[in-house]
Each structure stands twice: as C-alpha cells, then as structure tokens.
Design a protein around this ligand. Structure first.
Ligand SMILES: C[S@@+](CC[C@H](N)C(=O)[O-])C[C@H]1O[C@@H](n2cnc3c(N)ncnc32)[C@H](O)[C@@H]1O
Length: 277
C-alpha cells in the first residue's frame, strides 16, 4: 500500500478530483470529445497514513468513483511496482468492471510519450493527466512531447524534496546529480548554475577569491523556473499549490499546465482555497 505523505496528500487528491469533476462537466457538453484520464504514478489504489492503521482510497479509485456528470471514456494507469500494479488491477476488475481501464507496469516517461502519439493520432480525444511522483522521475523530454496537444497536465514538482537537495550550497554538485538536474529541468549545467547561484567575492590572505553561493528563496525560485519551463510547452500554467512538511519547509509545488484558458481558470479556482506561500 502507498504511504500517506501528510495533510497535503489529502489536499492534492481533493484538488485533482474537484478539477476532474469540473472537466467532465465541460466535456459532457461536447459530445464529439472522448475523454482520457491518464495517471502516470497510479499507486496501489489505497494509501495508509503514517503511524496509524487508517486506510484511504488513493486518487485512482477516487477518480473512478466519479459518475456525475459522467465517468471518463478511458482510464490509463501506469505503475512501475508490480505488487502495486496488481493490487490496483485487482480492485478495478472487482469494483469497477464496467469501466474502460488499462493498467500497465511501465516507466511513466515512456507512457507519457506514447500518450502524446495517441493524442496526435486521435484528434477527438482530450486527456486529463495526473503526474504524482515521489521524486524527480519525470524527464523534461517526456513533458516536451506534450506540446500542442489537448491535454491538461497536473504535475507534482519536488521543488524542496528533490531539486533543492541536489543544489549544494557552494555549487559543488557531483556529476551524477547534475545529470539528474539536467534531465529533470531540461537545461544545461551552465544554466542551472547561472539560475540558482550568484558569485560572491571575498578578500582573503591570498587576495580576492570568488565562490558560488546559492540564491535566497531557492525553493520558490525552483517552482518559478519549472512553471516557466512548462509555459514553453503549454500556453497557460496555473498558480501552484505549495505543500509544506510539519516543519513548514516547502516540499512540493503542485501545478496545472494547459492550452485552454477556461481550464486555467478552473485550475486556479480549485487551488485557491488551498493556495498559500
Ligand atoms: C506518490 S505515489 C502515487 C500515489 C497515487 N498517485 C495516489 O494518489 O494514490 C508514487 C507511485 O509511483 C510509482 N512509481 C515510481 N516510479 C515510477 C515510474 N518511473 N513510473 C511509474 N510509476 C512509478 C511508485 O511505485 C508509487 O506507487
């Protein structure tokens, strides 16, 4: 069973479910549209709270529970872990047998690219995608494949829990981490250093020495950069729902990218009550 991360887990699920209902209400009025729900990190279907026995439905099942105004025409769930994939498949086949569902055990990146091809070849389909990784598993190249498509993409960006941890204070970042940052943000090492660090000169016994120093408010900066990157692929990107841990440290930014101005309005509307800096 997937672990429950904290109160933000519930808030995140409420946001995507509220958005899905509004999305289906709009799509219901466009009878030619076939709707696809794509969940790139679907989990087992159930989540358990840390330190308690409480078991809750995960997002996948909450989305399958939506019947009003209508269910999605197709559901596509991606889950890399074989036990979780089987658990989800079992629940779906017993509790939601009438739905048109696909559950695959694959890396989400491959399936994002497959979805892009599918949407390119099936112009009457519109997708709502939910990308909910624990860490920096989504490559920028996968996101780029979604350019100019009829997709609303909700993505959890591990700004504090992922990217910030790799950005060492003195800019001395090991090669493997630089590669992870480059793959995730889709920018070069040079641009990463330029964006997140400033040069600081100090007078020492042996003259002036220049060192790199991490910028202030770095996690917000990471969130802004990811939003800017998404805006190069999609016309609109929503505000972020900012998720903090019990020490008030920012862990994630949750945001939505779309080519549809009405979708943007709805996203900002469902985030607003939860939105805080
Ligand atoms: C945060 S959990 C998902 C929780 C789920 N979205 C929910 O709300 O119930 C992330 C899941 O992604 C799976 N996972 C990790 N890496 C993956 C990858 N590269 N592709 C697909 N799934 C992956 C993990 O096994 C885990 O079940």
């Amino acid at each position: 069973m997937n672990q429950f991360g904290g109160s933000w887990t519930e808030a995140k699920m409420e946001i995507i479910v509220s958005y899905a209902k509004a999305y289906l209400t709009i799509m219901n009025k466009q009878s030619w549209v076939k709707t696809l729900y794509f969940d790139g990190f679907a989990g087992s279907g159930l989540i358990v709270s840390d330190g308690s026995d409480e078991i809750k439905k995960g997002t996948a099942l909450r989305i399958l529970d939506i019947v009003t105004p209508k269910p999605f025409d197709i559901y596509y769930f991606v889950e890399l872990d074989s036990d979780y994939k089987e658990a989800l498949e079992h629940t779906i086949s017993t509790k939601y047998p009438q739905r048109n569902t696909h559950v695959v055990q694959e890396d989400c990146n491959q399936k994002i690219v497959s979805m892009a091809k599918f949407l390119n070849n099936n112009k009457n389909h519109r997708a709502l995608a939910f990308i909910d990784p624990y860490g920096m598993s989504v490559n920028w190249k996968s996101i780029e494949a979604l350019k100019n498509l009829g997709i609303d993409l909700w993505i959890l960006v591990p700004t504090g829990s992922g990217v910030n941890r790799l950005l060492k204070n003195d800019g001395n970042i090991r090669d493997a981490w630089i590669i992870r940052l480059e793959n995730f943000l889709g920018i070069s090492k040079e641009d990463i250093l330029k964006h997140f660090y400033k040069r600081q000169t100090t007078n020492t016994l042996f003259g002036e020495e220049t060192q790199l120093k991490k910028e202030q408010n770095i996690i917000l900066r990471i969130g802004e950069l990811y939003k800017k990157r998404l805006n190069e692929v999609f016309k609109y990107v929503s505000e972020s729902f900012i998720m903090r841990n019990s020490n008030n440290a920012i862990m994630y930014h949750f945001m939505m990218a779309t080519n549809n101005p009405n979708a943007l309005k709805i996203a900002n509307h469902v985030i607003k009550p939860k939105y805080k800096l």
